[in-house]
Design a protein around this ligand. Structure first.
Ligand code: SF4
Ligand code: SF4
Length: 157
């Protein structure tokens, strides 16, 4: 009958592996303790607890906005250049006439559901009436909310 021989690793190899494991654990615990003792260095965002104070980065694009001043006025002249610049027809500029018969903005519609946040409309605007916003909580179960009117007032100041 054949004899089965099970070879065991040498004793010093096993000790070395255990020592390496303990060292690696200590390193990890050291990093954790470092952040625990100096919380200002923590980069992880505690979302959604920090919802009110969370600031997105400078270059983040979450939505399209029409710039309004403190009186709720905007600089859109209803020229339609942003509409033409948009690669997927996410903008509809609906002009109307002022009392003086001048063409002014009636409604500015933006479709978030098709917008790719490319920013071409912002670049095309001759009056800097648009900018990319930093909204990031845009999930919804109602598609109607994805079509927004961006101007608060009709016309132009
Ligand atoms: S960001 Fe791009 S896709 Fe979105 S509305 Fe502007 S041009 Fe169109
Ligand atoms: S937002 Fe700018 S580009 Fe678009 S219609 Fe108004 S003025 Fe023209």
């Amino acid at each position: 009958m054949a004899k089965i021989v099970v070879s065991r690793p040498p004793e010093d190899g096993r000790i070395r592996r255990i020592a390496r494991g303990i060292l690696s654990l200590a390193k990890g615990m050291g990093v954790t303790m470092g952040y625990f003792l100096r919380p200002s260095r923590v980069v992880t965002e505690q979302y959604p607890e920090n919802r009110k104070t969370l600031k997105m980065t400078e270059r983040f694009r979450g939505n399209l906005e029409m710039v309004h001043d403190e009186n709720g006025e905007h600089d859109c002249i209803a020229c339609g250049m942003c509409e033409r610049a948009c690669p997927n027809a996410s903008i509809s500029v609906l002009p109307t006439k002022s009392l003086a018969g001048k063409k002014v903005l009636g409604q500015y519609l933006w479709r978030m559901d098709s917008c790719t946040l490319c920013g071409l409309c912002v670049e095309a605007c001759p009056t800097n009436a648009l900018r990319m916003g930093r909204e990031f909580e845009n999930a919804t179960d109602d598609r109607k909310t994805l079509v927004r009117v961006l101007n608060r007032k009709e016309g132009r100041s």
